[in-house]
Write a protein that binds this ligand. Structure first.
Ligand SMILES: [Mg+2]
Length: 214
């Protein structure tokens, strides 16, 4: 018996200590990085809706395939301490794991593979490239670029309950009405409005393992 049968995991600043789009923005210089950081922080604190900033950031950052591959390596480098072990144990206990991210899918897939989460369980925003790896756009229809997109996506998945959602941001917290519990993850970022609305507060993956299994 486990306390939760499915766990919905955020990626940026939860499974890995990086905000992918901000990292890509940092390649465009300090000014673009600072601008992107402030938009991300305000969106994750719930001060501005995510759809207001997504297109704007991508049209300025325009990541190439090569840069997305470099970001994939960063995601793996900065994986949360204990996440590999905790997720392996959850899988052994037949807990279903899904990754739901407002980040870029192609950058996240290698991390998912590393953590044993199948591609079909990774919900994020696809990015498109031309023949030479140049940026041509992102999936603007993706629900994940919208404020309630994570909630709508999780609802559609019809996961085996009880379901726990885990993340550091307001878009994760917004999943709460369609799941059985929300855990604020504070291992990388502690956002007070998210912590205040959470059912649980965890700062590492050992605590997640205990919350789900014990
Ligand atoms: Mg996050």
């Amino acid at each position: 018996m486990t306390r939760f049968n499915s766990v919905v995991l955020d990626v940026d600043s939860t499974l890995s200590g990086v905000e992918g789009i901000d990292w890509l923005a940092s390649l465009r210089g300090a000014e673009v990085e600072a601008w992107s950081n402030s938009l991300t922080a305000r969106a994750m604190d719930g001060l501005i809706p995510i759809e207001a900033v997504y297109r704007e950031r991508m049209s300025l950052v325009k990541p190439t395939l090569f840069e997305i591959q470099a970001l994939s390596a960063v995601y793996i480098d900065r994986v949360a301490v204990g996440a590999r072990e905790a997720l392996a144990e959850l899988r052994e206990n037949d807990v279903e794991l899904v990754m739901v991210s407002g980040g870029l899918r192609e950058a996240i897939l290698p991390l998912a593979k590393e953590l044993g989460v199948g591609e079909e369980r990774v919900h994020a925003v696809s990015v498109f490239f031309g023949r030479d790896g140049e940026y041509t756009g992102f999936d603007e229809r993706s629900l994940m670029t919208r404020q309630n997109g994570k909630r709508a996506t999780v609802k559609e998945m019809d996961l085996k309950g009880p379901v726990l959602a885990v993340g550091d941001g307001m878009t994760d917290c917004d999943i709460r009405p369609v799941v059985d519990g929300f855990a604020a993850f504070t291992g990388f970022m502690k956002r007070d409005p998210v912590v205040e609305r959470a059912d649980y507060v965890i700062e590492n993956f050992d605590q997640l393992r205990a919350l789900v299994l014990e």
